[in-house]
Design a protein around this ligand. Structure first.
Ligand code: CU
Length: 360
């Protein structure tokens, strides 16, 4: 595996700047698009293909308008995960009906939602991975894997952005999962770590930064003790850095800096690897931690829709301690309401595995 691939691991849990935003009522209804699921036992891959899509040209929009469009995410389909296995990579392709490549750039972003496992910090459905415009295919070392259980129900969210100058017809999106092969010792289970500094389920996660800058903080707890193996983040222009600290002792646990150009435009967020060979900082269930996001604003104007999210890879001390989904939870319900028609989609998938999925 190349260094690049290793560095890309932090993207696995990364950022869905997308699924947040608009009041739920404005979201488009769920489509009943066909999802094809193929397991290739020989190559240890799982291919999930959804389509066909008619992708009209995007209207010309820029800057803030673009960010607002991000709020129009649509749940395009759902499927039941077919095998109990870990995966350690995802390849993303846009293809036509004959399987030929179409420009990957047609996608603004896409991610999946696992309705049968909750997140570590918030009680909402897990986002096992996401791809933004620039996200490369995701791979982590073979010694790690994201554990999945047959029957888990996953939703697929897609946001197109067709700047090719013409409508594209008959487009399909294919996600190819790289399943972990049997090995000894068994791969370590990793799950996404995700904290949003300005989370309001069913609302927006953008915040405003007045001239001079702003520090935003959020206190949180983790539901299950474990180590943070790697971290990265999602920040907008004029972001300086974000850090995680122990809210009781003030001890610094992790820090992620933004790389900016001379105008303050955020080029990238560094992806430190805390512990691929050692262990990263340890979090205790129920203990208070704090995410701190620092923005600078040298302009005379208030920045709108700033964001601060930290994502990473988390190794739970005991996977069986991971709490099950609580469908009555307020945040879970508000988050689900963001997907119009999701209830009928889930009912169609049949098997309800929520009680067993986290207790393999
Ligand atoms: Cu954002």
């Amino acid at each position: 595996m190349s260094t690049h691939a290793v560095l890309a691991l932090a993207a696995l849990a990364a950022m869905s700047p997308a699924r947040l935003g608009d009041p739920p009522t404005h979201r488009p209804p769920v489509s009943k698009r066909h999802v094809d699921v193929q397991v290739d036992q020989r190559h240890h891959t799982l291919a999930v293909t959804i389509g066909p899509f008619h992708v009209p040209q995007s209207p010309e929009m820029m800057g803030d308008m673009m960010m607002m469009r991000r709020n129009q995410d649509a749940l395009e389909g759902a499927f039941a995960w077919p095998v109990t296995a870990r995966f350690r990579g995802v390849k993303l392709e846009v293809i036509d009906s004959a399987g030929h490549a179409l420009p990957r750039r047609l996608l603004h972003h896409t991610y999946m939602v696992n309705f049968d496992r909750r997140q570590l910090v918030d009680a909402v459905a897990e986002c096992p991975f996401s791809f933004g415009e620039e996200t490369e295919d995701i791979t982590i070392p073979a010694s790690l894997g994201l554990p999945m259980v047959a029957g888990m129900r996953l939703g697929i969210v897609i946001m197109w952005d067709n700047l090719t100058g013409q409508d594209v017809d008959g487009a399909y999106v294919r996600y190819t999962f790289d399943l972990n092969r049997p090995r000894r010792p068994a791969p370590m289970d990793i799950l996404p770590f995700f904290v949003d500094v300005h989370k309001d389920f069913g609302g927006t996660d953008g915040f405003e930064v007045p001239p001079g800058g702003l520090v935003v903080t959020k206190q949180f707890t983790v539901a299950t003790s474990g180590h943070l193996l790697a971290a990265s983040g999602h920040l907008h222009d004029h972001a300086v850095m974000m850090r995680l600290e122990d809210a009781a002792s003030g001890h610094l646990m992790a820090r992620v800096r933004a790389r900016r150009d001379s105008t303050g435009h955020t080029l990238a967020v560094e992806r430190p690897i805390f512990a691929l060979w050692n262990r990263g900082p340890h979090f205790k269930a129920g203990h208070p931690y704090r995410l701190v996001v620092v923005y600078d604003n040298p302009t005379p104007d208030t920045l709108i829709n700033a964001m601060g999210m930290m994502g990473g890879l988390y190794v739970p001390d005991r996977l069986r301690d991971w709490p099950t989904v609580d469908p009555q939870n307020d945040d879970y319900r508000k988050d689900m309401e963001g997907y119009g028609g999701v209830d009928s989609v889930l009912a169609n998938l049949g098997t309800k595995v929520a009680e067993t999925v986290t207790r393999p």
